[in-house]
Design a protein around this ligand. Structure first.
Ligand SMILES: Nc1ncnc2c1ncn2[C@@H]1O[C@H](COP(=O)(O)OP(=O)(O)OP(=O)(O)O)[C@@H](O)[C@H]1O
Ligand SMILES: [Mg+2]
Length: 211
């Protein structure tokens, strides 16, 4: 059985490129996995809780029988995106690549949990367009003062000292979602409560067994 090409595929850089079609259909993958694939896109300031909640969500989903995989900004900057820095241009390219990657994971049938600051609205919209209908933008929301007080990695202190240029929230912008599928307020709520809220949302949007 043939299938449509992955939604992640944008225009080719050269005209001399021809798509090949999969023989395994999206429907076959859904049946195989027992659920649809899709993207949970976590966006938020540094130290808002993206990685903490992505790790928690991945392990909860996996334990519940989902094919789930986390893509984390820091991890991908060690490999796929190790050539990129934090200038506006590099941030755009960073999110373009990981948006395409996430769409491929979703097309492969996984629930992929993306933890990227992804400060620009336009870039998140491109990631959404790459993934198609299974894209869920989740604002991991904590105000700057809270994130700065947490300062898990000591980056805010260094940014305030002028040691890190282009630091989101201090010397580079963060554009919060105007509309998104889910807002998780981590200012007041515990990690466990936030993780539970996300888990409930995913179970509703990606029902197991209904294929
Ligand atoms: N409700 C919550 N959800 C998530 N994290 C929380 C919550 N409440 C407190 N925290 C704490 O906030 C910190 C979040 O750090 P984390 O590394 O997850 O942030 P991040 O958004 O991935 O940052 P970065 O963009 O720098 O990678 C952790 O120390 C975590 O324990
Ligand atoms: Mg992180």
């Amino acid at each position: 059985m043939t299938d449509t090409p992955p939604a992640s595929s944008g225009p080719a850089s050269s005209g001399n490129v021809t798509r090949v079609e999969h023989r395994v259909s999206s429907e076959s993958r859904r049946k195989h996995n027992g659920h649809a694939g899709g993207v949970l896109w976590f966006t938020g300031l540094s130290a808002s809780g993206k990685s903490t909640l992505a790790i928690e969500t991945e392990s909860r989903l996996f334990a519940a029988g989902y094919q789930a995989y986390m893509l984390d900004g820091d991890n991908l900057r060690h490999g796929l995106n190790s050539d990129l820095g934090f200038s506006p241009e590099d941030r755009v390219e960073n999110i373009r690549r990981v948006g395409a990657l996430a769409a491929l994971f979703a097309d492969a049938g996984m629930v992929v949990i993306c933890a990227f600051i992804s400060p620009y609205r336009a870039d998140r919209d491109l990631a959404r367009a790459a993934a198609g209908s299974g894209f869920h933008e989740v604002h991991i929301k904590a105000d700057l003062a809270t994130c700065e007080a947490r300062d898990v990695k000591g980056l805010y202190r260094r940014a305030r000292a002028g040691e890190i240029p282009d630091f989101t929230g201090i010397s580079a912008p963060y554009e919060p979602p105007e509309t998104c599928e889910l807002v998780i307020d981590t200012n007041q709520n515990s990690v466990a409560a936030s993780a539970e809220e996300i888990f409930r949302y995913v179970k509703e949007k990606f029902p197991l067994g209904l294929v």
